[in-house]
Design a protein around this ligand. Structure first.
Ligand SMILES: Cc1cc2nc3c(=O)[nH]c(=O)nc-3n(C[C@H](O)[C@H](O)[C@H](O)COP(=O)(O)O)c2cc1C
Length: 330
């Protein structure tokens, strides 16, 4: 019998399968059901920075219009607590934590420094075990340089780390020219984990009805190569944990991510498609792979993976392109 327990972000997980941030992690019932099926942890549906700011501004405006005579409401923490969105998220954390000791990771989808980061403390106070910052910014302004965007990301991480004592991870996109260096810089800032990768919303055009629509929402089972490559390349070069996210739809892919060096593996699309019971299948499938390879625990899985991927995973680099594509037509 294989032991699946593992550590991620310095926390104990009974197994490395985490249900990633999505609608399924937005209610206590749904979360507890996935935990019953064996999920090792959950990342809550994100609170969006824009929503926090909009709601907060609306509350403030309403109170100012009422000419609230009690100016104490301007006390920073007082008016924060009145924001429903965060109250709801805090309640969700409390509801889940009272019934389980499985780690619950709160998530904020953010893109700017602003003042919102102090809200992270409320999620910590509600009992979140860790915080995942989904750094999601489409660099659409052509006059803004990469270094400016990165400076903002690093500032967000610094400020959030100053406000909370729970572990903090960032979920990043794969679209950086110098992805390895970006990860190294987050690592130097003391980030506890990097989630590779977030998935941008896919726009599409409905040419029959002349309107902009969403493209496919779920991932494709064959698109896990970017996460696999980058976890393999970076694992031995950084001290923070790495979590795989993107196109993990089968026990085999789950096992591959762990071999590449992932400390945890997040799944979303496949749970939407196959239902929460599929968590049990993924875990028993992982156990079968471990038994087949005679690996009895996560340390042995990672050690076996390191032997397969020597020299910082250089097997994922350019030389492989020549090897596999160059021979394809022969
Ligand atoms: C319906 C849906 C809702 C999502 N909502 C969020 C969210 O609120 N915050 C977030 O960081 N990621 C969100 N994601 C992205 C997932 O967490 C995950 O990164 C992405 O789907 C890739 O994983 P997968 O291939 O297992 O689906 C969502 C994905 C889906 C399909």
């Amino acid at each position: 019998m294989s032991e699946l327990n593992t550590k991620y972000l310095g926390l104990d997980f009974k197994n490395p399968l985490i249900v990633g941030s999505c609608g399924l992690t937005g209610t206590a019932d749904s979360i507890l059901k996935m935990i019953d099926f064996g999920a090792g942890g959950v990342v809550l549906k994100s609170v969006f920075e824009e929503e926090i700011i909009l709601e907060h501004e609306k509350n403030l405006k309403e109170r100012l219009e009422k000419q609230d005579s009690n100016l104490e409401f301007l006390d920073y923490f007082d008016y924060q607590i009145k924001d429903n969105l965060l109250k709801k998220q805090s309640q969700l954390i409390r509801d889940v934590k009272k019934d389980t000791d499985v780690p619950v990771i709160a998530s904020i989808n953010c893109y700017s420094v602003g003042e919102w980061f102090s809200y992270a403390k409320l999620l910590e106070d509600a009992g979140a075990d860790a915080l995942e910052l989904d750094l999601y910014r489409i660099p659409s302004k052509i006059n803004i340089q990469a270094k400016e965007i990165l400076k903002g990301y690093f500032e967000i991480v610094k400020r959030v780390k100053e406000h909370v004592s729970i572990p903090v991870s960032v979920k990043i996109s794969p679209y950086f020219t110098d992805l390895g260096n970006v990860v190294a810089q987050f690592d130097m800032l003391g980030i506890d984990g990097i989630v590779m990768f977030n998935k941008f919303y896919n726009p599409d055009i409905d040419i029959n009805n002349n309107r902009i629509t969403s493209g496919p929402i779920y991932s494709n089972p064959n698109d896990y190569g970017d996460s696999l490559r980058w976890i393999g390349l970076l694992k031995e070069q950084v001290t923070c944990d790495l979590s795989a996210s993107g196109s993990v739809h089968s026990a085999a892919t789950f096992f591959k991510m762990l071999l590449a060096g992932a400390n945890s593996v997040q799944v979303v699309s496949t749970i939407y498609k196959n239902g929460p019971g599929y968590i049990r299948d993924l875990l028993s499938g992982l156990e079968k792979w471990m038994e087949k390879k005679e690996l009895s625990n996560m340390d042995e899985v990672h050690k076996f993976g390191r032997e397969l991927l020597p020299n910082h995973g250089e097997v994922f680099e350019r030389a492989q392109f020549m090897k596999y594509y160059g021979q394809h037509e022969q």
